[in-house]
Design a protein around this ligand. Structure first.
Ligand SMILES: C[S@@+](CC[C@H](N)C(=O)[O-])C[C@H]1O[C@@H](n2cnc3c(N)ncnc32)[C@H](O)[C@@H]1O
Length: 192
């Protein structure tokens, strides 16, 4: 990224912080959104290792962790570049949850994971960084580890990073709502 793009990226981060402060993302906890979180949990249980260590990238306040049965997971690490969302996530003090403020663009996980989740986060990664981020994630998957990706609507310019010879698609679905334009596509992938 050049200096202008870096500045725009910094501005975006400030915007996320302002929005989290104002409660703009409280809607993620609503019933309308629940289908996509439940599908991620279903895929985790169906295709992931038992008692998984989970990494949630762009976790925000950590809503996804509320959908897991904490007795059935070993750990849940969330990260997000919005310090406000991470403060909220840690304040909720959920069992097995650890949340840290990091930027996906230069994030290097400190350990390996059974399940890595990109839940409404992949499209925020700068185009020049997307493949680098995926390569980092691939290097931090445990044996039989999986990546689960959820993308709002069509996800143009995103799915080709997963639908290729590097990955085997284990499952793929569209989660709909009563609103025609509100839907998510969700895929589960393992390394080939
Ligand atoms: C639509 S929210 C989704 C939050 C959460 N995954 C969920 O579904 O409940 C997108 C999140 O991505 C985060 N994000 C955007 N760009 C990021 C980056 N470069 N590094 C880390 N987090 C980022 C935002 O701060 C925000 O919390």
């Amino acid at each position: 990224m050049n200096i202008v793009e870096k500045f725009k990226h910094w501005k975006r981060k400030q915007r996320w912080n302002r929005q989290y402060k104002k409660g703009r993302w409280e809607n993620l906890k609503s019933d309308k959104e629940s289908g996509r979180y439940k599908t991620i949990v279903e895929y985790s249980e169906r295709y992931g290792n038992k008692n998984p260590d989970i990494l949630d990238l762009g976790s925000g306040e950590g809503v996804l962790l509320d959908y897991f049965n904490s007795d059935l997971i070993s750990s849940f690490d969330g990260m997000d570049f919005s310090s406000v969302s991470i403060k909220k996530a840690n304040k909720a003090n959920r069992a097995k949850g650890t949340f840290t403020c990091e930027d996906l663009h230069d994030f290097k996980p400190k350990t390996n994971y059974d399940i890595i989740v990109l839940n409404e986060a992949f499209y925020y990664i700068h185009e020049t960084k997307k493949q680098e981020v995926i390569d980092t994630l691939k290097a931090h998957l445990k044996t039989n580890g999986i990546i689960i990706v959820s993308i709002y609507r069509e996800g143009l310019g995103c799915w080709e990073y997963f639908k290729n010879h590097d990955f085997e698609e284990l499952d793929f679905t569209t989660v709909t709502t009563h609103e025609e334009k509100t839907y998510w596509k969700i895929g589960a992938y393992k390394l080939t």
